[in-house]
Design a protein around this ligand. Structure first.
Ligand code: NAX
Length: 332
């Protein structure tokens, strides 16, 4: 058996954490032959709940789970870890403005960045799920200067999975027959789900999604709104936000990092912009990427039409505003 991977999940007593720890423990991310040591972090008032989660992990009798460390201390949670799922964040409360949520949460990610810098392995791969995910990831990386900033990414995989599933449903084909759907920009309602470069396998033939669906009006309007507002639709139905699907997406994201992307496939994730596609450098913008040897590269050279340009700029503008607010809050 391989060496154990030390994996931290923050917010492990929360609802995404509940599904996520099982998926990681089941071997779905690092493979069935790789043992994992789970480091579970939550805040002090949640330690009883976290203890219950630990009891259930034990009761699952998962062959991959070598050990579990449950704590409210980031120094313990981040000690020598290889990978972190940063899920824990303050939920939006009634009457709370988006600005207040950003202020509360970026401070958490500043503290966690500092703790990662001090205690984690320098090779640690950090996925930020807690919202505002892109900007939290930016702040986390900023306060962990000894860890390469390429090791930080933000989750837009749930949006990608939602978009892929919608296209598959529309065409009546399996989700695996739709590939290269892109989410550009921020994990927020300004995100741009783009299927211009995506393909679908219909009757054994791989063709552009635009040719398969033959309904430009749908793809440029209803489809985009549907994906952008899917989170809200789940809340309206479940009275709780997406959890199982968010945990699955987080696993997909980290699996892509550790195991690479398949030839001819790309996935979307929030990564530091290098100015590709005329996006503002330095914000955590979601791009299509390919991954090899745990290193991502932004897919280059995709033609961008005016319709897309406008949407990509709008979400970029929001990310710049969030960055400026977050930096100001962290300097207070
Ligand atoms: P929950 O409120 O169920 O769980 C959050 C957990 O984090 C709680 O147990 C809480 O005690 C803990 N926590 C709070 N502050 C902490 C800190 N400083 N250190 C460690 N733990 C801390 O929320 P859940 O539904 O699990 O969602 C978690 C986060 O994911 C939220 O910020 C949510 O907005 C975000 N999401 C992001 C998505 C994405 O695609 N990027 C999609 C799903 C989800 O909405």
């Amino acid at each position: 058996m391989a060496e154990p991977v030390r994996v931290c999940v923050t917010g492990a007593a929360g609802q995404i954490g509940y599904s996520l720890v099982y998926m990681v423990g089941s071997g779905a991310v690092f493979g069935p032959d790789t043992p994992v040591i789970l480091h579970l972090l939550d805040i002090a008032p949640m330690m009883n709940v976290l203890n219950g989660v630990c009891m259930e992990i034990s009761d699952c009798a998962l062959p991959c789970v070598r050990d579990v460390v449950a704590t409210d201390d980031p120094a313990v949670a981040f000690k020598d870890i290889d990978c972190a799922f940063l899920v824990g964040a303050m939920p939006r409360k009634e009457g709370m403005e988006r600005k207040d949520l950003l202020a509360a949460n970026v401070k958490i990610f500043k503290v966690q960045g500092q703790a990662l810098d001090q205690y984690a392995k320098k090779s640690v791969k950090v996925l930020v799920v807690g919202n505002p995910a892109n900007t939290n990831a930016l702040i986390c990386a900023k306060y962990a200067p000894s860890i390469p900033r390429e090791n930080f990414s933000a989750m837009t995989r749930l949006d990608q999975n939602r978009a892929q599933a919608q296209i598959a449903a529309k065409l009546g084909i399996p989700v695996t027959d739709v590939k290269n759907v892109i989410i550009w920009g921020n994990h927020s309602s300004t995100q741009f789900p783009d299927v211009r470069h995506a393909t679908a396998t219909v009757n054994g033939e791989e063709i552009p999604v635009y040719d398969a669906i033959k309904d430009d009006a749908f793809l440029k309007n209803e489809f985009i709104t549907l994906v952008q507002k899917r989170g809200g639709a789940v809340i309206a139905a479940r009275k709780l936000s997406s959890a199982m699907s968010a945990a699955k997406a987080a696993c997909d994201h980290v699996k892509s990092i550790f195991q690479g992307t398949k030839e001819g496939h790309f996935v979307s994730m929030g990564v530091f912009s290098d100015g590709s596609y005329n996006t503002p450098e330095g914000v955590m913008y979601s791009f299509p990427v390919t991954i090899k040897d745990k290193k991502w590269s932004i897919v280059q050279g995709l033609p961008i039409e005016d319709f897309a340009r406008e949407k990509m700029d709008k979400t970029a503008k929001e990310l710049c505003e969030e960055r400026d607010e977050a930096i100001a809050v962290c300097q207070d």
